[in-house]
Structures are given as structure tokens and as C-alpha cells.
Design a protein around this ligand. Sequence first.
Ligand SMILES: N[C@@H](CCC(=O)N[C@@H](CS)C(=O)NCC(=O)O)C(=O)O
Length: 208
Amino acid sequence: MKLYDYVLSGNCYKIRLLLGFLDLDYEKRPVDFFPGREHKSDAFLKINPLGQIPVLEDGEIRIRDAQAILIYLASRYDKSGEWFPGQSHSQIAEVAQWLAFSDMITSTASAARLHDMLGYNLDIDAARAGAHRLLRVLEDHLAHQEFDGHDWLAGRRPTIADISCFPYVALAEDGGIDLFCYPAILRWIRRFTALDGFHSMPGINVSP
Ligand SMILES: N[C@@H](CCC(=O)N[C@@H](CS)C(=O)NCC(=O)O)C(=O)O
């Protein structure tokens, strides 16, 4: 398998996380996202006409979009079936709901990070306000889950829902978004970083 990757991309990190949890071998093909903008080059647009990373190639199969790649990897390679549980239609829908939510985190918290770290020209106040609205939803959900004895977004075990939401929530402070008023989220981040097979990326501090 080949992952078109950028080390500072939270979306690429989602894929590196699951490949790590599943202990799968793969080749990283670094994309010069910044400053080179290689993802907008003619050559890369032939790989992904949206001009975005990550992209995964597995033999003849090529997939774009982090959430789609997570579904592909979990349903194809996770023999335990735990990362993308499919026991019930409602559980599948619940995971899908958080996958979609994670893309909203990309367009808010990740956008704020691109502004602060890489100097992107965008409406930083709108990006941060949007991120806080989503974090409040996440906080409330995680607090209710804890109350019901569940540590994770969609049940008792971590799933690709947690993987897809984790990076840009854990990296939010890079975009000037303080997490101190979200205690359930901070506990969830600590649980996530303590998972077997977890590995970090620049900007994510693992507390002992
Ligand atoms: N929905 C896509 C979004 C991917 C995305 O926004 N990737 C960023 C890098 S982290 C990117 O390539 N941005 C360039 C652009 O959107 O033009 C996914 O989840 O993979």
C-alpha cells in the first residue's frame, strides 16, 4: 500500500494511526504540501482531481478522503471487526455520523491551524467559532457516553469514529483553540493516546 502523505497533516495522520493500530506495512509517498503546493500540481491532480491529501493506493485501488480510506482499511483488513463495527445498522450509522462530523472539524479547527501555522488567508474568527460549536457538541456527547459507562464516541471500544475526530481536536491549540473548557474531551484525548499501538505526530503531546 502507498499513502500520499504530509507529516503535518491531521487527515494523513488519521490513516497513519489506523495503519499502525492494524500493524499494516505501507510505503509513505511524501507530498510537498507546504511550501511546494505539490497537491495542486498537474501530476498530483491526476491522482486526486480534488487536489487534496491523503490518498491511498492498494494495488489497483486508489481512494481519496481520509474517512473513505478509514472505512476501506477497517472493513478490508481489521479481522477483529472492532474498528468499524457492523453488528447493527444503527451502529454503522453512528460511526458514519462521526466520520462526517470529523470533516466539519477539518473545515474549522484545521483551517484555524493552517492560518496560524502556515499563514493561510482565511476568516480566522469564523474558523475558531465554528470549531468551538463542534467541540461543544463533542464535549456533550463524550460526557454522556462517560455517564453511560462508555469511553468512546460510538460505544465501548474505540472505532474509526474516534480516529477520524482525534487529530484535529488534539491539534486544536495549534490554531489558537483552547481545550481547557472541554474536560470530557481532554479525558478522551488521554484515553486515546494510551491505546496500544498509538503513535504521535508533531504537535500532539502525550502526557504520562
Ligand atoms: N475531506 C478530505 C479533506 C482533506 C483535506 O482537506 N486535506 C488537506 C490536507 S490536511 C488538503 O489537502 N487541503 C488542500 C485543499 O483542500 O485544497 C479528507 O478528509 O481527506
